[in-house]
Design a protein around this ligand. Structure first.
Ligand SMILES: Nc1ncnc2c1ncn2[C@@H]1O[C@H](COP(=O)(O)OP(=O)(O)OP(=O)(O)O)[C@@H](O)[C@H]1O
Ligand SMILES: [Mg+2]
Length: 234
C-alpha cells in the first residue's frame, strides 16, 4: 500500500525478538506502520509479546532481526547513546506501576525529563511542569509525594511526566492495569483527550476490551504475531 513516508511516525518491519538462553521467541516478523496522530491499542493474551514490542519501539531493548524506523531514523542501526538520546527527546513511556520516584515530589518527578534534556532554564522548566500538571488536573498536588496520592492520581502524574518534553510518541504499557475501573476510565479519557487535543501519537498495550476501544485502531497479537489490525468505529 502506498503511503507518504512523512505521515508515518513509526515503521516496524519484520521485527523478531528471541530472548536469551531459553531461546524464547517473543516476537516473529511483526510489521506495523503507525501514522502521526494515531491512537493504537495493542491487545492479546498474556505472553503474546505486547511489552516486548513496546520496549523495542521505545528503545529499551534491541530487536533480534528486522528494522524499526522511528521519525525517519533506523533505531536498529543507532548506537546505544544515540538511542538513549532519541528516547529522551522523542518518546514518553507510561508504565503499569507508574514508576514515580518516591523521594521526589509531584513537580520534581514531572520535571525530570526536562532536566535530563538540559536545554531549558529553571524558570521555563517550572512553567512547563505547571502547564502539564494543569493539563492532567494535578496542579493542586505539586508538593505532594507519590505515597500521598491515589493510584489514578499517580498515573496522571506519570502521564504528565511522559508528556512534559513534548515527545513525538507516547508508549503506554497497560496504563490502567493497576487501577480500579473509575480511575482507569479517567486515565483513558485523559489519553484520549491528549490524542485529540494535541494530536499526540499513542501506542497502548491493554488486556481490557473497553480500554482498547478508546483507541482509533486495535492491533491484536497472538504468540508473537499480529493476527488482526482494524479501525475502531466510534
Ligand atoms: N527477559 C526475558 N527473558 C526471557 N523471556 C522473556 C523475557 N521477557 C519476556 N519474555 C517472554 O517473551 C514472551 C512475551 O512476553 P511479553 O512480556 O512481551 O508479553 P505480554 O504480551 O506483554 O504479556 P502480559 O500481558 O502478561 O504483560 C513471554 O513468553 C515471556 O515469557
Ligand atoms: Mg506486558
Amino acid at each position: 500500500m502506498a503511503s507518504s513516508p512523512s505521515s508515518q511516525l513509526l515503521q516496524i518491519e519484520a521485527v523478531a525478538k528471541t530472548y536469551g538462553e531459553h531461546q524464547v521467541k517473543a516476537l516473529s516478523a511483526v510489521s506495523i506502520n503507525i501514522a502521526r496522530g494515531e491512537f493504537v491499542s495493542l491487545m492479546g493474551a498474556s505472553g503474546c509479546g505486547k511489552s516486548t514490542l513496546l520496549n523495542l519501539i521505545a528503545g529499551l531493548d534491541t530487536a533480534s532481526s528486522g528494522r524499526i524506523i522511528f521519525d525517519g531514523a533506523d533505531v536498529t542501526k543507532l548506537t546505544d547513546e544515540a538511542v538513549t538520546a532519541l528516547r529522551a527527546k522523542k518518546i514518553g513511556f507510561v508504565f503499569q506501576f507508574f514508576n514515580l520516584l518516591s523521594t521526589l515530589t509531584v513537580a520534581e518527578n514531572v520535571a525530570l525529563p526536562l532536566e535530563l534534556g538540559g536545554t531549558t532554564s529553571a524558570a521555563d522548566r517550572q512553567k512547563r511542569v505547571l502547564e502539564m500538571l494543569a493539563e492532567v488536573g494535578m496542579e493542586n498536588r505539586l508538593n505532594f509525594y507519590p505515597a500521598q496520592l491515589s493510584g489514578g492520581e499517580m498515573q496522571r502524574v506519570a502521564i504528565a511526566r511522559a508528556l512534559v518534553h513534548k515527545p513525538e510518541l507516547i508508549v503506554a504499557d497497560e496504563p490502567t492495569g493497576n487501577l480500579d475501573s473509575e480511575n482507569g476510565l479517567k486515565v483513558l479519557e485523559l489519553l484520549k483527550h491528549l490524542n485529540k487535543s494535541l494530536n499526540q501519537t499513542i501506542v497502548m498495550a491493554t488486556h481490557s476490551e473497553e480500554a482498547g476501544a478508546v483507541g482509533d485502531r486495535i492491533i491484536r497479537m497472538k504468540d508473537g504475531l499480529v493476527v488482526s489490525d482494524s479501525l475502531v468505529q466510534h
